[in-house]
Design a protein around this ligand. Sequence first.
Ligand SMILES: [Zn+2]
Length: 155
Amino acid sequence: MNLQIDHSVVPIVKIYVLRLSREAYLDLYHHISEKYPLEACGILLGRIENGIAIVTRILPLRNIKESRTEFWIDEKEWIGKILEAQKQGLEYIGLYHSHPDAEPLPSPSDRHRMLECPGEVWLIVGYSPSSLTMAAYRVGDDGYSLLSLQVQKSI
Ligand SMILES: [Zn+2]
């Protein structure tokens, strides 16, 4: 399976903001805190409108590295979940993963993989039991960009 071809499912449009629905944020928080102190990872799903990627659902993936400092995904599980979500009308936005007890800054291998996945949003969550910090990145036509992050308040 060729990663670069599969990633063509992501539209290359400008994205400035990553918005998480309240539900997606809570699911993300639960998954990451449950996996702590290991890195957790998963898929961001939703829709892209006017430069805003709106995440309405997250789907956990298995971290095949089972590590505190790195992650990778089972590509079969990854593409299977994306295809399933697309049937439900959800667009694939990108991946999330956690950095246990560390800042949400891309590691050298994160940077390397982001370059292999142009157009994908990479949400990194720095997590410890006392704090949570998020940052979202993307490689577009014009290189790396840092996205603004929003978490929707409950309605
Ligand atoms: Zn990382």
